[in-house]
Design a protein around this ligand. Structure first.
Ligand SMILES: [Zn+2]
Length: 179
C-alpha cells in the first residue's frame, strides 16, 4: 500500500497512524491543485509539482460537520430519539439527526408521537425544551426524570443507524440472552 500523509498543516494523520481514514488525492491540474492547497492554508510553493499529495477525510464535509457540532459536547455528534417503556423495552428508535438539531425538532420530525395514544405520559429530560406545548396539543403529559449522556466512537459513524438499532434490540433481548 502507498504511504499517504495528510498535507493539511497541523494534521498528523497518515495511512499508518489512521489506516481507516480516507486519503483523497489532491488534483494534479495546476489550477485546482493550487485552490485545494490554498483552502487548506498550505503554501502551494512548498509542494512539488506533479507529486502525489493527499488530504485526509477530516477536512472534507465541513458543512456536514457544522450540522453535527455540539457546543455542549465540544465535538461532532449525532442524535437519535430512543424511547422505552417503563419496564425498559425499547419501543421507538428514530433515524439519526445532526447534533445541532434540537431535541424538540427531532420529536416533531420523526414518527414518535404518531404511535402514541392520547393520555400517554412521557418522561423526557431537560434537553427537550418546549416539549410540553407539543405534548399538550396531542393530549399527552410530560414528566422530567434525571438525565444521562453517552459519547460514541467516531469510527462507527458510518454504520451508526445499524449500531443503534442493534443496541436497542439487545436491550430488548437482554433478559433472554443473559439468563
Ligand atoms: Zn488531515
Amino acid at each position: 500500500m502507498v504511504y499517504k500523509w495528510c498535507v493539511v498543516p497541523q494534521c498528523t494523520n497518515t495511512s499508518i497512524n489512521s489506516p481507516n481514514k480516507l486519503f483523497v488525492s489532491v488534483p494534479m491540474n495546476p489550477k485546482r491543485r493550487k485552490l485545494w492547497l490554498q483552502l487548506a492554508r498550505r503554501d502551494p510553493k512548498g509542494i512539488v509539482i506533479h507529486s502525489n499529495v493527499f488530504m485526509c477525510e477530516d477536512h472534507f464535509d465541513a458543512f456536514h460537520q457544522a450540522l453535527t457540532w455540539s457546543e455542549y459536547k465540544k465535538g461532532n455528534t449525532v442524535k437519535y430519539l430512543i424511547s422505552c417503556t417503563p419496564n425498559g423495552l425499547v419501543n421507538y428508535v428514530s433515524q439519526g439527526f445532526g447534533g445541532r438539531t434540537s431535541d424538540v425538532t427531532i420529536v416533531e420530525n420523526c414518527n414518535f408521537l404518531k404511535g402514541l395514544q392520547q393520555g400517554t405520559c412521557i418522561l423526557a429530560d431537560r434537553g427537550f425544551k418546549h416539549l410540553e406545548q407539543i405534548l399538550h396539543e396531542k393530549g399527552m403529559k410530560l414528566l422530567r426524570p434525571p438525565s444521562v449522556h453517552a459519547v460514541i466512537n467516531t469510527n462507527i459513524l458510518r454504520i451508526l443507524d445499524h449500531v443503534i438499532i442493534i443496541a436497542c434490540a439487545l436491550i430488548n433481548l437482554q433478559d433472554s440472552l443473559i439468563k
